[in-house]
Design a protein. Sequence first.
Length: 299
Amino acid sequence: MTELKKKALITGATGFVGSHLARRLVNDGWDVHIIVRLSSKLEQLREAKDKVIVHRHDGTTEGMLAIMQEAQPEIVFHLASLFISEHQPKDVVPLIHSNLLFGTQLLEAMKAAKIDRLINTGTSWQHYQNEEYNPVNLYAATKQAFEDIIRYYIETSPLKIITLKLFDTYGPDDPRPKLFALLKKLAKDKRPLAMSPGEQLIDLVYIDDVVEAFIIAANRLLSGEVANHEIYAVSSGSLVELRELVGMFEECAGRKLKINWGGRQYRKREVMKPWSSYKTLPRWKPKVSLKDGISGIIQ
Ligand SMILES: NC(=O)c1ccc[n+]([C@@H]2O[C@H](COP(=O)([O-])OP(=O)(O)OC[C@H]3O[C@@H](n4cnc5c(N)ncnc54)[C@H](OP(=O)(O)O)[C@@H]3O)[C@@H](O)[C@H]2O)c1
């Protein structure tokens, strides 16, 4: 007898984490559906681009209901989000649109189609100064607001949810203008760069480990272990100072970078020490060391 394929629906599959997750699920034999915008580009999915079923969302709730009815997934991985570190007034509408409206349409459609397993993606930045809730920025506040909206759907439908709160992630095929992209550019250009004093501690998890956390969370939901909403951190369990991290990069790259430490000030609400009072996802442990991960992205 042939085993039935597990069916997943992913939002944010054209992003860094979502594209790695989609590729992993396709490789593991899942039937993968993705919801993208009318404007989304699929290149980030690479070879998985032709192996997933693409649903283009027109922005309406009706459109989302139709997608969910058609896809009928066993589980939804919700990763779509807009990240803005320090927002401007013009960013308010896109932030609410991507991080609240889109997600609420998704929940409404799941309820209507009787799809009741969801993995949601939060951020450690909901916990500035290690507080139960203190958003680093408006982006983190929208993530918290979405958890409040989730509560309504949990109370009014059989929905079971795991929220995975991510810290910093890194790995190959990262289109975001983050630290390693900057360091790689610097190593090539050999130009000097002004940075903050660099004493902030960072919690970095390699992309394959992050994806594994999503798979373990999915299996937990599918096995019926989740009562309503469980929240876990996806943390490396070890912190590294930014200066030390750059030193590790220099060692792996075999090149000294021209960094003017202290040439820039810290951001207003710089996270000097990441959130630490979290629960770790059961049965998950990061496997890739920082040194191996950095070597991987340099190659
Ligand atoms: N990566 C990290 O270090 C990190 C840390 C903490 C939390 N997180 C969370 O983890 C998740 C994945 O992060 P990421 O780094 O992979 O994000 P990313 O690379 O910035 O990708 C964002 C994804 O969301 C999609 N999206 C945004 N607004 C949308 C909308 N209105 N409708 C439909 N799709 C929309 C984007 O689609 P387009 O291609 O159309 O733009 C893209 O696929 C996010 O929820 C993020 O907040 C990530």
